[in-house]
Design a protein around this ligand. Structure first.
Ligand SMILES: [Fe+2]
Ligand SMILES: [Fe+2]
Length: 328
């Protein structure tokens, strides 16, 4: 059976007997759709890819708290406020599970955090767009969390055990997030003309960035193939985008709103959704750090980290005291 791991150029060509055995065991786990656990041997490129993916995912959850946290104090009722607070807290929890999963691959939480704070790590580019109105809380929940679910449900079966298990719980919470977003838009869509306009404007701004959350088209996404061979990823970027666009094309009708895409239609012959060309130049610019609020998001995170120093110190002092009393 073919090895699932590519030969890295420049590495000594002849693997040792032990290396061959380890690789064979790893390949068997992948081919049997079984799970790779932290104690198992894994090829370095697999470990590296996963560390990058899981930590970027964790960073996205943490940075993703910001656009909505900004609206907690301005939520239009006590009920909306408590729902939004619960949602933002969920995202913090998702970040924590995912940092824990990433740590099992051998990189410390401090190092991962440092990568984020120094701008070396990426996070989902959608969070570099500002949330301008209350309706954005609806559009973010419906479209951004909706795209996250489409992306993440297949990740529940990711070949790396800790990642897949973290995703199971995360997906349950994400579906609540999507519903609460949809419900905000539904309330606005039944409101005054100004409220309807606000909802439509939010949908207009988040439609295209949410479709881009699935990443570049398949023919421009060279790493996807390898991730699929390793069974980290189960569907291609375009396949996932198709599912998502089909879902929101139906749901938007319930809202009585429209998606800002005159080309959107289902092609019966090709059995696929046709949507407008997405602005990948903008996507690349946002990824490079030139999005509308990239620097604001990172600055806020650095500030939160500085403000949390006393909590980290207190927790370490408490842990040291506990360890001492156990020895005594
Ligand atoms: Fe989340
Ligand atoms: Fe969420």
């Amino acid at each position: 059976m073919a090895s699932t791991t590519p030969q890295e150029p420049g590495l000594s060509a002849v693997p040792s007997y032990e290396e061959e055995q380890s690789q064979a065991r790893f390949d068997a786990l992948i081919n049997q759709d079984s799970r790779v656990e932290p104690r198992d041997w894994m090829p370095e490129p697999y470990r590296k890819t996963l560390t990058r993916q899981v930590s970027q995912h964790a960073h996205s959850e943490i940075i993703g708290m910001q656009p909505e946290a900004n609206w907690i104090s301005r939520a239009p009722s006590l009920k909306r406020k408590s729902i939004l607070m619960a949602k933002v807290q969920d995202e913090a929890g998702h970040g924590l599970y995912l940092y824990s999963a990433a740590e099992t691959l051998g990189t410390s939480r401090d190092e991962l955090n440092d990568q984020l704070l120094t701008g070396r790590a990426k996070y989902s580019s959608i969070f570099n767009y500002p949330a301008r109105s209350w309706a954005d809380m609806g559009a973010i929940g419906w479209l951004v969390d909706g795209a996250a679910i489409a992306n993440q449900v297949p990740l529940c079966r990711a070949s790396y055990g800790p990642y897949g298990r973290a995703m199971v719980r995360i997906c349950k919470e994400e579906s609540f997030h999507q519903r609460q977003g949809f419900e905000i838009l539904l309330a606005l869509s039944r409101g005054t003309a100004a409220q309807k306009k606000m909802a439509q404007d939010a949908i207009n701004r988040f439609y295209e960035p949410s479709l881009m959350m699935f990443g570049p088209p398949d023919d421009q996404s060279p790493n996807s193939q390898q991730s699929m061979a390793w069974k980290i990823k189960r569907f291609s970027n375009d396949e996932l985008r198709q599912r998502f666009v089909g879902m929101i094309a139906e749901q938007v009708k319930v809202l009585g709103m429209t998606l800002p895409d005159p080309e959107l239609r289902f092609d019966e012959e090709k059995k696929q959704w046709i949507h407008k060309d997405l602005n990948w130049d903008e996507f690349m610019e946002v990824i490079k750090g030139n999005g509308p609020v990239n620097s604001q998001r990172l600055e806020r995170r650095r500030e939160a980290h500085r403000e949390g120093a006393w909590v980290r110190e207190a927790a370490s002092a408490y842990a040291a005291k506990q360890a001492q009393s156990e020895v005594a």
